[in-house]
Ligand binder design. Structure first.
Ligand SMILES: Nc1nc2c(ncn2[C@@H]2O[C@H](COP(=O)(O)OP(=O)(O)O)[C@@H](O)[C@H]2O)c(=O)[nH]1
Ligand SMILES: [Mg+2]
Length: 220
């Protein structure tokens, strides 16, 4: 039995498990570490030895504990264990906006999630390294189009290096997961359209590029 004190310290209203997947070197570890520590290190070792981080955020008075899982190098060999996917409430499929090959891999990662993840898992598409605008190979509207096609509810661009949209990405996920749990969340600060949120790297909202928004109904 937990003592009252411990319970107090570790109390939360919701616990969500979020995984980051995507090709190697897209910045998954950097995004997670930025979210946890607020720092960026040029050299993120794949041998960081930490499989997940935990951060609790307060969303409209609710304590939402987010357990964020890193792939710690297994993605290099595509040997991610199935159990990694199975218990995730959400997956952030990450690519590098300066390397098209990493964007081209996104459908494969979606497929992995469809194959091994829970049926109602929430997906987000994250284009990282948006600070490297001059080396951009993937336009944001391409990501939006793909998100539309695949029924992904969140697409956004981040920079772990310059702390752009990283916290927002996780908070948007938490809000979406709260919504999945039947909790209404306010639409402050971002565009919400049929449970779809599309943010630009500069956090200005844009309209989704097609009108045929495929509605994803959340069954969790
Ligand atoms: N310019 C820039 N570099 C980044 C960013 N995020 C990660 N990196 C760099 O990209 C490389 C791979 O990052 P890492 O987090 O290890 O990627 P992972 O293999 O997906 O976990 C490292 O050299 C990072 O310093 C970013 O937002 N901007
Ligand atoms: Mg890594």
């Amino acid at each position: 039995m937990q003592s009252a004190g411990l319970e107090q310290e570790d109390s939360f209203d919701f616990l969500f498990k979020i995984i980051l997947i995507g090709d190697t070197d897209v910045g998954k570890t950097s995004v997670i570490q930025r979210f946890k520590t607020g720092m960026f290190s040029e050299r993120q070792q794949s041998t960081i030895g930490v499989d997940f981080i935990v951060r609790t955020v307060n969303i409209q008075g609710r304590k939402v504990k987010m357990q964020v899982w890193d792939t710690a190098g297994q993605e290099r060999f595509r040997t991610i264990t199935q159990s990694y996917y199975r218990s995730a409430h959400a997956a952030m499929i990450t690519y590098d906006i300066t390397r098209r090959s990493t964007f081209n891999s996104v459908p494969q990662w979606i497929q992995e999630m469809e194959q091994y993840g829970a049926a109602n898992v929430l997906l987000a598409l994250i284009g990282n390294k948006c600070d490297m605008e001059s080396e951009r190979q993937v336009e944001f509207n391409e990501a939006c189009t793909l998100a539309n096609q695949k029924g992904i509810v969140v697409a956004l661009e981040t920079s772990a290096k310059e702390a752009q949209n990283v916290d927002q990405a996780f908070i948007v996920m938490a809000r979406e997961l709260l919504a999945c749990n039947g909790l209404a969340v306010r639409e402050d600060g971002y565009h919400m359209d049929s449970r779809r949120i599309l943010l630009r790297s500069n956090t200005k909202t844009i309209e989704s590029p097609t009108n045929t928004v495929e509605k994803k109904t959340c069954e969790c």
